[in-house]
Design a binder for this molecule. Structure first.
Ligand code: FAD
Length: 319
């Protein structure tokens, strides 16, 4: 896959004939990312159901057009030069529930907002997703990145996922086949490689009936903790994974970088693993902060931190 390819007129036409006005050109991705930075997507499609999402990636794959699935854009940093090829914004959000023994299985399309789903489950008296209250983004993004908080994560919640595999079609992955680790999965391991990636279409989550009051109280506790410990504003959440035996935020703070600024972006005073865009930052400002934090922590503590966030699009070089 050549990510510098620009698309031929015949390909635009084919996508336009297939998807009509759902297709847009040169759409600034800063509108759709939580850090509010990022240049344009060459082609941009918004899909509202899993079948259309599958159709879009299948067409891109057949035409050998590089594609990128955009969920909530809350775990990516898009370059100022944007993304060549096709960006598919996933807004497929159908949800259904069924009883299996003592549990309830929620089948949800991957573009559903995770935090809203967690709220819906709490309202129905279904426990298991309270940890996801306040985690931005989609179910698909969370399944790929094994999002988690407050001692739980997607690995503890997911029963199975329907996955479209390039050139092979749709297959169901059970929890074990996702190869989950800390903020990692078999799909996340594809990131940074020049390949056509697998796509999550739907997920099955296992929930357990519990009192609405108990679930609500638990979720409120989590929300209060989040407010107390994390900054607001435009961020991508935790920039680096916690290295073994350390907290990334603690290392960056101990390196003296709290409040460190480059252009319109700074390292949060409240939590040093959060990098904040003060409205006018460029993606390059944020990337420079990443490099500064990574280098300083390595020099001072001999620890090489790993990015939790994915750098997407065209970059001169990567941190
Ligand atoms: C304020 C804030 C707080 C946060 N707190 C937490 C937290 O507590 N815990 C935590 O784990 N994370 C946290 N995050 C990070 C982020 O919310 C999660 O990583 C989230 O799961 C990302 O989902 P997304 O839909 O935004 O993914 P995106 O950022 O849109 O995409 C991330 C990656 O997943 C891929 N992807 C998305 N959907 C699909 C799909 N359907 N199929 C295949 N690939 C797909 C994308 O192509 C990309 O490679 C936080 C972020 C912010 C901004």
């Amino acid at each position: 896959m050549n990510t510098t390819t620009t698309i031929r007129l015949a390909t635009y036409k084919l996508f336009y004939e297939t998807f009509g006005d759902a297709l847009q050109l040169d759409v600034p991705l800063s509108r759709y990312t939580s850090a509010r930075v990022g240049g344009p997507a060459e082609m941009f499609l918004t899909m509202y159901d899993a079948a259309s999402l599958q159709k879009a990636v299948e067409l891109a794959y057949t035409e050998r057009i590089p594609y990128f699935i955009l969920g909530g854009g809350s775990n990516i940093l898009v370059s100022d030069d944007g993304v060549p090829g096709l960006v598919i914004m996933n807004r497929a959000k159908n949800i259904s529930y069924r009883h299996i023994g003592a549990h309830v299985v929620c089948t949800v399309e991957s573009g559903a907002n995770l935090s809203s789903l967690a709220r819906q489950c709490i309202g129905k008296g279904l426990g298991g997703l309270e940890w996801a209250i306040g985690v931005p983004g989609t179910v698909g993004g969370a399944v790929v990145g094994n999002a988690g908080a407050h001692g739980s994560d997607m690995a503890a919640t997911l029963r199975a996922a329907t996955v479209w595999e390039p050139g092979r079609g749709v297959r169901i992955y059970n929890n074990h086949e996702m190869e989950y680790g800390y903020r990692s999965s078999i799909l996340k391991k594809e990131h940074g490689r020049e390949i056509f990636r697998r796509v999550i279409l739907t997920a099955e989550l296992v929930l357990t009936p519990e009192s609405v009051d108990v679930l609500t109280a638990r979720a409120e506790g989590f929300t209060a903790h989040r407010k107390q410990t994390q900054p607001g504003g435009a961020t991508v959440g935790s920039m680096f994974k916690n290295p073994e035996n350390y907290y990334a935020g603690y290392l960056i703070e101990a390196a003296g970088l709290k409040g460190y600024r480059v252009g319109g972006a700074h390292i949060s005073e409240k939590h040093a693993n959060f990098f904040v865009n003060d409205e006018d930052a460029t993606a390059e400002n944020v990337r420079t902060l990443i490099a500064e934090a990574w280098n300083t922590v390595r020099e001072q503590f001999d620890v090489e931190m790993e990015l939790e966030v994915e750098l997407v699009g065209k970059w001169d070089f990567e941190a």
